[in-house]
Design a protein around this ligand. Structure first.
Ligand SMILES: *Cc1c(COP(=O)(O)O)cnc(C)c1O
Length: 496
């Protein structure tokens, strides 16, 4: 199977090359030329599989230039019990007969990004060996918080790869910052930028598209690549947990094979929910995908009107990983719906020139068949954390609470078919202690973040993840700060 750029169908490469490159030279994102189809037999074989075996079944449909052994080895290294603190990797928690939570944060950094970022470095390292590439790879990451740490942890000390992470100085939680600036590893750099996530992301996009700069680095022995969710190797592992959650529902006898379920996804860059779209296209019986946003509700407006308009106020919220004005992966969705690279090129050029574009109404109605979009404000998010705790004894982080509330809103509409709802949970509550404790009405005075962890433990059944409690004594290794115009300069310094 080949992959092509969303902005040029004739730009076609293998899966291994796709994973090494991250983004196409023409600015587009790589997509599979054809989405593989699964049938009843495929799903029924999957029922008795472990998470790792389920991952193998999905990955081998897409990575046709990798051998079975290579794929199995990558999966084995990624999803081990040394890295994940739950043997089912992505456990499905029942809150009521119809409502389930899919916990995606049992990896080493307690964020759902681990689901993909434990696997991507293995897939990339294997790809480098397969294609016998001379140059090393320099991974550049822009992070709104969780991606940075998860990428650092996934890539640290992986051979032939360097990683440089940029995070918005004011845009991440205290724990997230500490997780990054204490990162160990011989091949890692972490830099704060004076700007928000979109500044970091568009700064990197420019650098990826800067031919002169890329040539300079190539002569020094480095190819640039990305670990952001624009890399296909990030997206692919995420398809697995939709299938896995569905299998778990069948195994628990909540549904019979073929019955439909809804999924609600707390959304930022549109990677997580797009993986659900791929699962649905592959034949997994998904009814609706509910796209949940916070106050940065650009996607809610897009799915209502067909106009994507990033010219709006940017809000810093208590769910910072969803504080995004440009949801990059939407480009892939639009490509699959239109199959028209000229149109995508035109829309994306309009987005970068004027900040907005409008899709044809026929495409919009196709999207509205599948996606329900909604947003939840800060006050309601806090109230939802409280309700989940008091009603179900479940402690949720703010991102998960946004999704839970969007799911409830949908369940109250006439559209709702009374089928099981799976809400994706994307962060451990221990990563957002102050918001969660405030929601529960607990006065923390001036307790520092580590004391907050201990206070929250009293109100949460699950243990404090080891990666978080050990931060207290970890030494700070990264102190660089740069202006948003100076990212290229910093990269040059790191790759000396
Ligand atoms: C990254 C992230 C999201 C958003 O996922 P996208 O794939 O960017 O839409 C939601 N919640 C948390 C905690 C995240 O880290």
């Amino acid at each position: 199977m080949k992959y092509n750029s969303t902005r040029d169908k004739n730009n076609r490469i293998s899966a291994a090359q796709t994973i090494i490159k991250g983004i196409a030279e023409d600015g587009g994102l790589f997509v599979p030329e054809k989405i593989p189809q699964t049938d009843d037999a495929f799903l029924s074989e999957m029922l008795t599989c472990s998470y790792q075996e389920r991952a193998f079944k999905i990955l081998s449909l897409y990575l046709t230039d990798y051998t079975d052994e290579e794929i199995k080895e990558c999966i084995k290294k990624a999803y081990t019990d040394q890295k994940f603190d739950d043997e089912s990797i992505a456990p499905l928690i029942k809150l009521s007969d119809e409502q389930y939570i899919l916990e995606l944060w049992h990896g080493p950094t307690s964020a759902f990004k681990d689901m993909a970022l434990q696997l991507l470095p293995q897939l990339m390292s294997t790809a480098l060996q397969k294609t016998k590439q001379k140059n090393d790879v320099a991974i550049l990451v822009a992070t709104s918080g969780d991606t940075g740490k998860a990428a650092l942890e996934g890539f640290r000390n992986v051979e032939k790869i360097k990683i440089i992470v940029f995070y918005p100085q004011q845009g991440v939680s205290d724990i997230q910052r500490r997780q990054m600036i204490t990162q160990k590893g011989a091949n890692v750099d972490v830099i704060a930028i004076e700007g928000n996530f979109d500044d970091a992301q568009s700064g990197l996009k420019k650098i990826f598209n800067d031919k002169v700069f890329n040539k300079e680095l190539a002569e020094k022995g480095y190819e640039l690549s990305s670990a952001n969710s624009i890399n296909w190797g990030r997206l692919l592992p995420q398809i697995v947990y939709y299938f896995s959650a569905y299998c778990d529902l069948v195994n628990k006898k909540v549904i019979r094979p073929g019955d439909k379920v809804d999924f609600t996804v707390p959304t930022g860059n549109f990677g997580d929910i797009l993986a659900g779209y791929y699962a649905r296209k592959m034949g997994l019986p998904i009814n609706k995908l509910i796209c949940a946003s916070n106050t940065n509700n650009v996607l809610t407006d897009f799915f209502a009107t067909g106009t994507y308009d990033k010219n709006r106020k940017f809000f810093k919220t208590i769910s910072p990983s969803m504080d995004i004005l440009i949801s990059s992966n939407l480009e892939r969705l639009l490509y699959h719906v239109t199959e028209d690279d000229r149109k995508i090129d035109e829309w994306m050029n309009k987005l970068s020139a004027n900040g907005h574009y409008t899709i044809d109404s026929s495409y919009l109605s196709q999207l509205q068949e599948i996606f329900i979009a909604d947003w939840v404000d800060e006050k309601e998010t806090l109230a939802t954390i409280r309700i989940l705790h008091d009603t179900y004894g479940y402690t949720a982080d703010p991102h998960t609470a946004v999704a839970w509330q969007a799911a409830q809103n949908y369940r109250e509409t006439a559209d709702y078919k009374k089928i099981p709802m799976v809400v994706l949970s994307t962060a451990s509550p221990y990563k957002f202690n102050d918001s969660v404790l405030a929601a529960l009405g607990i006065d923390i005075g001036d307790a520092d973040e580590f004391t907050q962890l201990d206070i929250l433990k009293k109100y949460n059944k699950s243990a404090i993840p080891a990666g978080l409690s050990s931060l207290k004594t970890a030494s700070i290794l990264h102190k660089k700060i740069c202006a948003k115009e100076n990212m290229a300069v910093e990269i040059r310094n790191c790759l000396k």
